[in-house]
Write a protein that binds this ligand. Structure first.
Ligand code: A2P
Length: 317
């Protein structure tokens, strides 16, 4: 297994299990099965509505002697309606209770977008808080406090671009230790990827397989299917693997962390095996040539009419 090593020497396995879209018992079963297969990195979030089931799976696996807490790398995320500084620690504590753990390995700000505390998903433009009302640095400082207290061993961000990270640092914030963003061959984010590497920020790729099971509100009929791209399918044939495995192997070989979701035992197993597959330089290059700046999760859900956020402000400002 390859790892990202943090400044203090802690190691995060580059390959992990995504739990977004794993529902209830599926999440429990997937995590139990994944631990048996050898997965040690689990990507969670309060918003995935399954942290209780995931926590039960950790607790049962530990009780059954299958794994020790210290062997697990557990990431979770602060939801957008908890950006007010006084809400950060209580939200992290609720996640720790649900996951049945005493500390989180990595805690991320889920989006650079704030919602009013009573709103989970916005239906109208007036359900947001603007970044003038609640600047990202205020939320970030509250995460830093959780870090200093030892509740979060590492802290980072998700869905941030370079200017937003730079602004946190310029405002006296600690450099985020991770940026988790959508990434796959159609969205390689070369500048952001290089920036993260230069600044020793772990770059974690979500939706690495194109997230076909994402909710309808995040889907358009014209979205390209990365798992069916001829180049990916050809390389799968050449390597006697599957398109999903090719995408995972490409990400790990590139030096990105990657968190494909599956709740299917066979695919859990093949995805795990892909983390130690080798692609040739030619195959890596042919995959790199698929870049087209395409987002499956384009952030338009935060750009409702009257919202202080636009898709442009999200990714480019
Ligand atoms: P399932 O859970 O039934 O395995 P992403 O990680 O990009 O969000 O994609 C998750 C989607 O990809 C899920 O629908 C998941 O289905 C499916 N999936 C997971 N692993 C593979 C694989 N190796 N090949 C094809 N589809 C996969």
């Amino acid at each position: 297994m390859k790892y990202f090593t943090f400044a203090n020497g802690d190691k995060m396995p580059l390959f992990g299990l995504g739990t977004w879209k794993s529902n209830d018992r599926d999440a429990y079963k997937a995590v139990r099965e994944a631990i048996r297969i050898g997965y040690r990195h689990f990507d969670c979030a309060a918003r995935y509505e399954n942290e209780k089931e995931v926590g039960e799976a950790f607790s049962d696996a530990i009780a059954a002697g299958e794994v020790k807490r210290k062997e697990l790398w557990i990431t979770s995320k602060l939801w957008n309606n908890a950006h007010l500084p006084e809400h950060v620690q209580p939200n992290l504590e609720a996640t720790l209770r649900d996951l049945q753990i005493e500390y989180i390995d990595l805690y991320l700000m889920h989006w650079p977008v704030a919602l009013k505390p009573e709103v989970i998903f916005p239906a109208k433009g007036d359900e947001f808080l603007s970044l003038d009302e609640i600047p990202l640095i205020d939320t970030w400082k509250a995460l830093e406090k959780c870090h200093k207290m030892g509740l979060a061993r590492h802290i980072g961000v998700s869905n941030f671009n370079i200017p937003k990270i730079e602004k946190l640092i310029a405002q006296g914030g600690m450099t985020p230790e991770c940026n988790q963003v959508e990434s796959h061959p159609f969205l390689q984010q070369p500048k952001l990827f290089a920036y993260c590497q230069e600044n020793h920020i772990a770059y974690t790729a979500y939706s690495p397989l194109g997230s076909q099971d994402r909710p309808a509100r995040l889907k358009k009929e014209t979205d390209p299917l990365i798992l069916e791209h001829p180049t990916v399918m050809d390389i799968a044939k050449e390597t006697n693997s599957t398109p999903g495995q090719v995408l995972i192997a490409w990400a790990v070989q590139r030096g990105s962390a990657v968190i494909p979701k599956s709740s299917n035992p066979g695919r859990l197993r093949q995805n795990f095996a892909a983390a130690s597959m080798d692609l040739s330089a030619d195959q890596m290059e042919r995959i790199a040539a698929l870049e087209k700046g395409f987002r499956y999760v384009d952030g338009s859900i935060w750009a409702l009419e009257g919202s202080p956020y636009t898709v442009e402000s999200l990714w480019n400002e």
